[in-house]
Design a protein around this ligand. Structure first.
Ligand SMILES: *[C@@H]1O[C@H](CO)[C@@H](O)[C@H](O)[C@H]1NC(C)=O
Ligand SMILES: *[C@@H]1O[C@H](CO)[C@@H](O)[C@H](O)[C@H]1NC(C)=O
Ligand SMILES: *[C@@H]1O[C@H](CO)[C@@H](O)[C@H](O)[C@H]1NC(C)=O
Ligand SMILES: *[C@@H]1O[C@H](CO)[C@@H](O)[C@H](O)[C@H]1NC(C)=O
Length: 788
């Protein structure tokens, strides 16, 4: 029996390695470090708030650093979480629709699930109050929520008497796209204002006026999808502040048929009061232009990323020149891809100060408008900076209002920094959904660290480096973090540079994740330098948080090279010889003749290339692998080890020109009969002894890889370890462990004649089957294969 389990173990291990090897090569870029949810958890790097049963609306998350809270909207509820640890001391407000509201909603023919109060708007109204709006079972409502704290307790309560209609402030439909921003007590919002979702508008509400885009004006907005918004000052004159909206819409062609989707940036003056005789309660300053994010194709035809998925406004010190990060996807049915483009305010302003777009008739092409432009320039604000001749937009001449109404589109689009995306993903099944960015000061300059959320609970931490000489972009994928246990699309990422934390929202919960964990990269200078993480540097002893000079003036020299990751140069002299290296143990591994054996070696970095050498009589030969000896991501796998394979194997990694010896393994090959008789002897004793550690065991898998190493025992499992291999089988997708067990008994254990059958599995023939499975590009082991 022990032997049976052992054989199953080796066979499964083999299959697993083959499959895993495939899974790795299928990806386009490797993260340097990949951490599963469990690993993040064990490292104390994450906390997760789970709204047991409540469905979160994580698009509405709001950071309140003055009260150390983060607020999250949900279905029929609103949560206040602790910024220190999101899963402790949370507060909750229940805010459901009334029975009669639900009944009315159902009568209108809506689904039961839609007839609830989904929070869609969540804004800091003032120091003590939040403005919260919900769909109210297709009857939007808003309310003020008291926040803050008394000496003993956190405040978090609904101001019952502040409940008001949410019409024009909140969409009716829980799935309707909307964006809002609150500035100086006024709410700016892009939304569909009506029940039927016909009227997409940009609005501003305060307690006296309601100003908006024109109704049914397809030139202003045509089937908009609202993505983001921000108030960005132009200069020190607050009357010149502009509100920017980021959205997609459809471009109409000559026949009035909706054509391509474009991403737009639109803007209005924050102090826009509309016109006096015309454009009453309508924007007198609404303009828009196209945001371009594209890559040049080989034949001169650009590939455009036109569908804006998310936008992040990275504020700078004075707030006037934030950098705008757009996450885009393609609208093409053939080509699927994602890109991140960065825009500068200078370029956005230049486009709005450039020519207006004009076309004689809808079937004509757009051209720059060359006629006379009235004064004050349409789209400008009533401010001192603009001459101070007008105290309000209500004083603007009709001619100006008429012009802005008929020419809302600018001729020039906005091109991204370096005229190209900073990040591109053109393959892979993973969808990118959200982006947040941190600006980090490193020894050799500023870097943008991008945090990109995916549709399967992962956050990618990436830096992008522009090389002027070659006019090219380098993406360095630092970490891949699986922030939730189950795969769920990430709906929001909020970053707190102050706390060095990320708050990530999905329907299943809110995860808090520390931005960096430098010691994970390794315990040597080279590990730290090769990581190229701008948060981290080698301080002479460990890889630790990097603080720029001036923060801790007496700090000794720190070694860091983000741009080149040149560990050879930086860690020169610090690098230990192989002999001195304390970790560089020489491991002994025993193989049984004709059995499979794995020489394990997993580098910490998934970006490192592993090389194997066989040392024989002072000479080193590179092991390249063949039919019988396979290089897997977990090490060197001998399908049938021979006595001539014995020797010292050296596992080396190469990364960025830096070569590193990870370990030496001396392989001893035992003759088959000897082992058999040893096992038989052991089996004659008691069962426990038979399960004792075994020479040809596969040790625990080292390194922070995604491997299920917790499941792999350090010795060959004995009869009591069956649970383990059941888990193992489930892991590789074969749920029906009992059938495998039966199969194992039948083929390998009960019948001596059948015993020969197992050869098929481990022999090259078996390997071919493994390859067949590889082509299916899947972790699953099809049932038929095991039944075959
Ligand atoms: C995580 O925190 C717990 C308790 O605070 C501590 O016992 C444990 O050692 C920590 N783990 C790591 C990897 O730091
Ligand atoms: C915030 O607004 C509410 C409602 O208008 C008001 O009662 C409260 O006093 C305001 N708080 C501050 C600090 O101004
Ligand atoms: C409405 O706004 C005006 C000035 O903007 C302010 O004086 C007044 O108190 C506000 N009214 C309410 C009910 O908040
Ligand atoms: C593995 O070793 C055992 C014990 O020596 C032997 O009986 C068996 O045939 C070997 N397995 C394979 C697949 O060669």
């Amino acid at each position: 029996m022990a032997e049976c389990i052992r054989t199953v173990y080796l066979t499964m291990m083999l299959l697993y390695l083959v499959l895993l090897g495939k899974a790795h090569t299928a990806q386009s870029i490797y993260p340097r470090i990949r951490l599963s949810h469990n690993e993040l958890w064990q490292l104390n790097r994450t906390w997760v708030f789970q709204a047991h049963g409540a469905s979160l609306q994580p698009q509405t998350m709001l950071l309140d650093e003055s009260h150390d809270r983060i607020y999250v909207g949900a279905k029929n509820a609103l949560f206040s979480l602790s910024l220190d640890q999101v899963n402790t001391h949370h507060r909750e407000i229940q805010w459901a629709s009334t029975e009669s509201q639900i009944e009315e909603c159902l009568m209108k023919g809506r689904e039961k699930s839609e007839c609830a109060n989904y929070i869609k708007v969540l804004q800091q109204y003032n120091q003590t109050h939040l403005l919260v709006c919900g769909t109210g079972a297709f009857n939007p409502v808003c309310v003020l929520v008291r926040v803050g704290h008394t000496r003993q307790d956190k405040l978090f309560s609904l101001e019952e008497d502040s409940i008001m209609s949410g019409r024009g402030r909140c969409p009716y439909d829980p799935n309707s796209p909307s964006t809002s921003t609150l500035s100086r007590g006024e709410l700016y919002i892009g939304l569909y204002t009506d029940y039927w979702e016909n009227d997409g508008a940009f609005c501003r509400l305060n307690n006296q006026t309601y100003t908006r885009t024109e109704r049914d004006d397809r030139q202003q907005l045509n089937e908009p999808k609202f993505v983001g918004s921000a108030v960005i000052p132009d200069n020190d004159d607050r009357d010149d502040d502009k509100v920017y909206f980021f959205f997609t819409e459809r471009e109409m062609n000559a026949e009035g048929v909706n054509k391509a989707v474009y991403t737009r940036v639109g803007r209005i003056c924050a102090n826009d009061q509309g016109g006096q005789r015309m454009l009453v309660n309508r924007w007198s300053s609404f303009l828009k232009t196209r945001l371009i994010c594209s890559v040049a194709g080989p034949n001169g035809i650009d590939t455009h990323f036109d569908e804006l998925e998310d936008v992040f406004v990275l504020k700078n010190k004075d707030g006037k020149n934030p950098e705008i990060f757009g996450l885009f996807s393609t609208t093409s049915a053939v080509f699927k891809g994602f890109a991140v483009c960065v825009y500068h305010m200078d370029d956005i302003r230049a486009a709005f100060n450039g020519p207006f777009a004009y076309r004689e008739r809808p079937e004509h092409h757009w051209t720059p408008y060359e006629g006379r432009v009235p004064y004050p320039r349409p789209g400008s604000c009533a401010s001192k900076v603009n001459g101070g001749g007008f105290s309000s937009s209500k004083e603007f001449p009709d001619e100006v209002l008429r012009f802005v109404r008929s020419h809302p589109v600018m001729y020039r689009p906005v091109l991204p920094q370096h005229q190209r995306p900073v990040l591109l993903q053109t393959e892979g099944r993973r969808k990118l959904t959200q982006i947040a960015v941190d600006r980090v000061q490193a020894q050799d300059g500023h870097y943008h660290v991008l945090y990109i959320g995916t549709d399967d609970s992962v956050v990618l931490k990436v830096i992008t480096i522009y090389n002027k000489d070659t006019d090219s972009m380098e993406e360095v994928l630092l970490e891949e973090l699986q922030v939730f246990k189950v795969p769920a699309p990430i709906r929001e990422i909020i970053i707190s540079p102050k706390r060095q934390q990320l708050y990530v929202g999905s329907e299943v919960g809110v995860a808090q994740v520390r931005l960096h964990q430098c010691d994970l990269y390794g315990s040597e200078c080279a590990d730290c330098c090769l990581a190229r993480d701008p948060y981290c540097a080698w301080d002479g002893l460990t890889c630790s948080r990097y603080y720029p000079a001036g923060v801790y003036p007496k700090r000794r020299f720190r070694r860091q090279d983000i741009r080149h990751g040149n560990a050879v140069q930086l860690c020169n002299g610090l690098q230990m010889d192989d002999e001195q290296r304390p970790r560089s143990e020489e491991r002994r591994v025993y193989g049984v003749e004709s059995n499979s054996t794995l020489l394990e070696c997993v580098p910490r970095s998934l970006q490192a290339k592993v090389l194997w050498f066989l040392q024989k009589d002072e000479e080193k030969h590179e092991v390249r692998g063949d039919e019988r000896v396979i290089m897997t991501t977990h090490g060197l796998l001998f399908l049938r080890v021979r006595s001539s394979d014995a020797g010292v194997y050296v596992c080396q990694t190469a990364e960025h020109g830096y070569v590193h010896t990870l370990l030496r393994i001396s392989l001893h090959v035992l003759r088959g009969e000897r082992v058999e008789s040893a096992i038989n002897r052991a089996n004659e004793g008691d069962g426990e002894k038979a399960a004792a550690p075994c020479p040809f065991s596969l040790g625990p898998l080292p390194g922070p890889s995604s491997s299920p190493r917790a499941l792999v025992p350090s010795s060959v499992p004995g009869p009591h370890s069956r649970l383990w291999y059941k888990e193992f089988l489930q892991l590789i997708g074969y749920g029906d462990a009992q059938r495998v067990e039966e199969y194992c008994e039948r083929v390998w254990c009960s019948d001596k004649k059948r015993k020969k059958g197992k050869r098929k599995y481990v022999s090259p023939g078996g390997e071919k089957r493994g390859k067949g499975r590889r082509e299916e590009n899947s972790h699953r082991v099809p049932r038929q294969t095991l039944d075959a």
